[in-house]
Ligand binder design. Structure first.
Ligand code: URA
Length: 236
């Protein structure tokens, strides 16, 4: 059982207050009966719920895209530090949410947050090779030798990284667009570090086929829509 405002907000990718407004206007019905009490609870899976005469398909889990700001930890327990879960807006908070993936505290950009444990587990697994693209601002330029070393696979400690794509964003060669298919600890910083290059800023802009929504400001988030969830699930 779930509150009707929460069901409508999640299904239509709108805020809880916008969902409440629709309910109060009499635009929501459950099993043919108009519902005006925003806090009434229904069986979200087995009820026939309509909003604006459109059938609502309720997803058991939520998938949230966040534009992670600097200074927050990609974990559910920050042990004193703020986490990506702490900074979710109140109307998106629910039980069992945690980040499906890791970004360093100072890395910004695309963070997926979900309560679908199986999905998160598959994304976090070392067996998952979903491509992830980052923009890296560097303290000095890279060259074609480094591009081909990334492409062959850099050795980090005793592991050879999978081939990575490195492209110059502009002709200074101090901003790189890097695509990796693993999630090793500090991977991109260590890959550049091999060549004495320091990563000054790092932002994840893409996971699989999904790009970070450019309308999301620092720390802002939105629900993924069904089509986006399908796309990312196909890649893990
Ligand atoms: N590589 C890094 O070095 N840091 C990140 O946060 C992600 C990839």
């Amino acid at each position: 059982m779930e509150r009707i405002d929460k069901i409508i907000a999640a299904a239509k990718n709108i805020s809880r207050s916008d969902a409440r407004a629709l309910i109060k206007k009499g635009l929501v019905s459950v099993d043919g009966e108009t519902v005006k009490a925003v806090d009434r609870k229904f069986d979200e899976v087995n009820s026939d719920i309509e909003c604006n005469s459109e059938k609502i398909s309720y997803s058991k889990f939520v998938y949230i895209m966040m534009n992670k700001p600097k200074g927050v930890i990609s974990a559910s327990d920050g042990r004193g530090d703020k986490t990506v879960i702490d900074i979710l807006p109140d109307d998106m908070k629910r039980k069992n949410l945690f980040p499906a993936g890791r970004l360093d505290k100072d890395t910004t950009g695309f963070m997926l947050i979900t309560d679908d444990g199986d999905f998160a587990h598959r994304i976090l697994s070392p067996k998952s090779h979903i491509p992830k693209t980052y923009i890296a601002v560097l303290d000095k330029p890279f060259d074609n030798e480094i591009i081909s070393a990334f492409n062959k696979g850099i050795m980090l400690k005793n592991d050879t990284c999978m081939p990575a794509l490195l492209e110059a964003v502009d002709d200074t060669f101090t901003v790189g667009r890097v695509t990796i298919s693993q999630g090793m600890y500090h991977q991109i910083k260590r890959m550049f570090g091999k060549f004495g290059i320091e990563v000054l800023e790092l932002k994840r802009i893409k996971m699989g086929a999904l790009e970070l929504d450019s309308s999301l400001g620092d720390g802002e988030c939105r629900y993924l829509i069904a089509d986006e969830i399908d796309k990312i699930k196909q890649q893990i």
